[in-house]
Design a protein around this ligand. Structure first.
Ligand SMILES: [Zn+2]
Length: 224
C-alpha cells in the first residue's frame, strides 16, 4: 500500500482544528467562533478556498493573453517609437546573440507563469474530483508554486529598471506598456490563487466519504 493510501490521524479526524493566525489547537465545535487566544475566526480549512482560488486562477488565465499580445515596453528615441511584447523581446535578444538572456526571459516570463497556472489547475481539479492520484507529488508541486511565485516579477523589474536608467539620458525614453500591467496582474493573481488554495484539501479525500452521484443510477430491474 502506498503512503498516499495510508490513513493517518489528522486534527480534523480527532475533532480538533488549528487557528490560522496563532496555531492554537481548539475543538472542532468552535469552528466559526473567534480564537480564544488571538481572536481570529477559527476555520477547519481556509474559507471558500476553492471558489476564491478558481476565481483568481481564471482571471490570471484571461490576463495571460493580453500580457503576451500587448507591448510590455515602449521605447521612444530619435529613430522612432518601438513597441515590444515579451516574445518580440525574446526574439530580439536571441537574434542579437544574447542566447542565455533570451532563454532566461522566455522561461521566467512565458513558461513559468503558464506552468504555475497549469499546476494550480491540476491541484484544483484533483480536489474537485476527490482524486487520490499522487497526492505526495502534488503537495510538492504546490510548494514549488509557492517558492517560485516571488521570482516571476522578473519582466516587470527589468522594465522598471530600464525605464529609470534610460530616463536619466535624453536620447531615448522607455515606458511600460499595457502588457506590463497585464503581466504583473497575472503574477499577482496566480500568487493570490495559490495563497487561497488550502493544500490540506488534497488529503481530505482520504478521510471524507465519497460524494453522492449527481445523476440517478438505474438498477438492473429498471428501478431508480
Ligand atoms: Zn489564534
Amino acid at each position: 500500500m502506498s503512503a498516499d493510501r495510508l490513513c493517518y490521524p489528522t486534527a480534523a479526524t480527532q475533532g480538533l482544528l488549528a487557528c490560522h493566525a496563532c496555531d492554537l489547537v481548539s475543538s472542532l465545535t468552535l469552528e466559526g467562533a473567534p480564537c480564544p487566544r488571538c481572536g481570529a475566526t477559527l476555520h477547519r480549512r481556509k474559507p471558500a478556498s476553492m471558489a476564491r482560488a478558481w476565481a483568481f486562477l481564471l482571471s490570471a488565465y484571461l490576463l495571460y493573453i493580453p500580457a503576451n499580445l500587448l507591448p510590455i515596453m515602449v521605447t521612444q528615441s530619435i529613430f522612432g517609437t518601438q513597441h515590444d511584447t515579451i516574445l518580440s523581446g525574446v526574439i530580439y535578444l536571441w537574434l542579437s546573440g544574447s542566447y542565455m538572456l533570451s532563454l532566461v526571459v522566455l522561461i521566467a516570463s512565458v513558461v513559468v507563469p503558464l506552468l504555475k497556472m497549469m499546476i494550480l489547475t491540476l491541484l484544483l481539479l484533483t480536489v474537485r474530483r476527490r482524486s487520490t492520484w499522487r497526492l505526495r507529488e502534488q503537495t510538492r508541486l504546490y510548494t514549488v508554486v509557492e517558492v517560485i511565485g516571488r521570482w516571476s516579477m522578473l519582466d516587470v523589474f527589468v522594465v522598471a529598471l530600464l525605464a529609470s536608467l534610460v530616463r536619466a539620458g535624453s536620447l531615448a525614453t522607455i515606458t511600460p506598456g499595457a502588457g506590463a500591467l497585464a503581466f504583473a496582474s497575472v503574477v499577482v493573481l496566480t500568487m493570490l490563487a495559490s495563497l487561497c488554495f488550502d493544500p490540506r484539501l488534497l488529503w481530505d479525500s482520504l478521510d471524507a466519504p465519497p460524494r453522492p452521484l449527481d445523476f440517478p443510477v438505474v438498477n438492473h430491474d429498471g428501478t431508480l
